[in-house]
Write a protein that binds this ligand. Structure first.
Ligand code: UN1
Length: 500
């Protein structure tokens, strides 16, 4: 099961989609070509959206618990293929195998969550002000949900969206990153297996669009697509958000993060160091939840930095398929260049940078491995306020807790945040309304690696969307408020008398 072709064949995918196409899929591990994938035309994208609409019109009539059965079967299929799909994620996105498999586990977890949810799509019953009346809410599917996902979580983000969207009675059209078409095709093949076992699910329930900007735009601009859920950069969100809003479509945005960990004077430094290292160098700094800023109390800064430098120096960098390695490659050269530009800026802005250089270039001339960087900054300078999708940890020191909080909140992004402290006042203040302004705020846990059970997403330039657990399912449904009159009169609300 080594090559992606083998994996895709094992998943039952027709190999004709992997050759002779115009989209060259490459592995960031060594730059090797993995496949030449056929791209969809705009006309094909429109046909896929039409198929999805037809599917959604049949699917909305299927009872929600029965819809859950399809997702249960999909979760089962994923369990059977966890290691294969995880390996494909590693090959195509460059994650270490443990993280590739972890991503598939997130898919399995959201399937379990969605199955339970399929029996809990509750609405409220509301007290009416009129006698003999009852008010309630009912929740209905939206129709077609569009999903745009990024290279760094090439399968889980789609699963968060589609497992919920499908139990909620929608069809899904997915535009994966051009950098990760194979994992998307693999997911589609696995979903097709679940559909087959299910029996009578309508074709078109889950569509994949392979291609670039034009097919993405077809999704964004189609009046048939009721909700566009887009994960990626803030730049992408600035384009997608207004375009969907222009046609009064709904958007769910999960955009850039610039996640900080505050380490207070009472923190358990062992735990803090481990949380920071996983958050900052895990997935080679390419998670939206990656720890990008460390705000550390001056009394523990030297000690903590010493530990971090030691951990960074011994973190094995290399082929993510070798289980000993903890840091795989960056996705491509563009990423590498962006990292170098940020580090140059950090130096210019008074930073002291350790690491950041390219490594393993002789062994992998066409791949981009780097030593994760630590940049000790004189303050929260301009470069620190930008998300660079690479393993750079900016470190700032503080004296007063209020200053640490202000620094934590003083960036345009608002995804994830954490504090390591054993001081109850600090912890609770951090979680309070006056504390972290992020969508995720943790105590004695790092910024990345969230469980699927909570709502996932963030504020400010992160876009405000929430996916995954809690009540995020409501994004995929429309709410109807119903008032039922079971009396023999027709009283008006607000006590209005009209011609009586
Ligand atoms: C992302 O990087 O887009 O919390 C998602 C985490 C993962 C999801 C990251 N569960 O790090």
């Amino acid at each position: 099961m080594d090559t992606p072709q083998d994996i895709l064949r094992n998943l039952g995918l027709n190999s004709s989609v992997l050759t002779g196409g115009t989209l060259i899929a490459r592995s960031p591990i060594d730059g090797a070509e993995l496949a030449q994938v056929r791209e969809h035309t705009v006309a094909q994208a429109h046909s896929a959206i039409t198929r999805a609409r037809q599917a959604s019109q049949a699917w909305r009539d299927v009872p929600a618990p029965r819809r859950g059965e399809l997702i249960r079967l999909f979760g089962e299929t994923l369990r059977q293929h966890k290691s294969e799909l995880g390996r494909l994620v590693s090959l195509e996105a460059g994650k270490i195998v443990a993280e590739g498999e972890g991503e598939v586990q997130e898919m399995i977890d959201i399937c379990d969550f969605a199955v339970g949810l399929s029996r809990q799509l509750y609405g409220l019953t509301i007290a009416s002000e009129r006698p003999g009346h009852r008010m309630m809410e009912t929740w209905h599917p939206l129709g077609v949900v569009g999903v745009i996902s990024a290279f760094n979580f090439p399968v889980a983000v789609w699963a968060w969206n589609s497992a919920l969207a499908i139990v909620c009675g929608n069809a899904v059209v997915w535009k994966p990153s051009e950098k990760t078409p194979l994992t998307a095709l693999a997911c589609q093949a696995l979903f097709a297996q679940a559909m087959q076992r299910f029996g009578d699910a309508p074709a078109g329930l889950s569509e994949v669009l392979i291609g670039g900007r034009e097919v993405g735009e077809a999704l964004v601009d189609s009046h048939t697509v009721a909700l566009v859920s887009a994960t990626g950069s803030t730049r992408m969100g600035r384009q997608v958000g207004p375009r969907v809003a222009q046609r009064f479509g709904r958007v769910l945005l999960e955009l850039g993060g610039n996640n900080a960990i505050i380490v207070g004077p009472t923190a358990d430094l062992d735990m803090a160091a481990r949380g920071i290292v996983f958050g900052a160098i895990g997935t080679a700094g390419q998670r939206c939840t990656t720890t990008r800023r460390l705000i550390v109390h001056e009394s523990v800064a030297d000690e903590l930095l010493q530990r971090l430098h030691k951990a960074y120096a011994s973190a094995p960098i290399g082929n993510p398929l070798d289980s000993g390695n903890l840091v795989g490659p960056l996705i491509d050269r563009v990423s590498f260049d962006a990292m170098q530009t940020a580090l140059t800026a950090a130096r210019e802005q008074g930073g002291k940078v350790t690491g950041g250089e390219r490594v393993l270039a002789d062994q992998y001339p066409d791949a981009w491995y780097v030593r994760p960087a630590i940049a000790e900054m004189p303050g929260q300078t301009d470069v620190v306020c930008h998300e660079t999708f690479a393993p750079i940890l900016y470190v700032m020191r503080y004296k007063e807790f209020g200053d640490a909080l202000a620094m934590q909140n003083g960036v345009p992004q608002g995804l994830s945040s954490a504090i390591f402290t054993n001081d109850l006042r600090e912890a609770e203040t951090f979680l309070s309304a006056a504390g972290s302004d992020c969508g995720i705020a943790n105590v004695n846990i790092g910024t990345s690696g969230a469980e699927i059970g909570g709502a996932f997403g963030g504020e400010k330039e992160t876009g405000g969307g929430r996916e995954s657990g809690s009540d995020a399912w409501r994004n995929y449904m429309r709410r109807a408020t119903n008032t039922i009159n079971y009396s023999r009169n027709l009283p008006l609300a607000q006590g209005i008398k009209f011609g009586e």
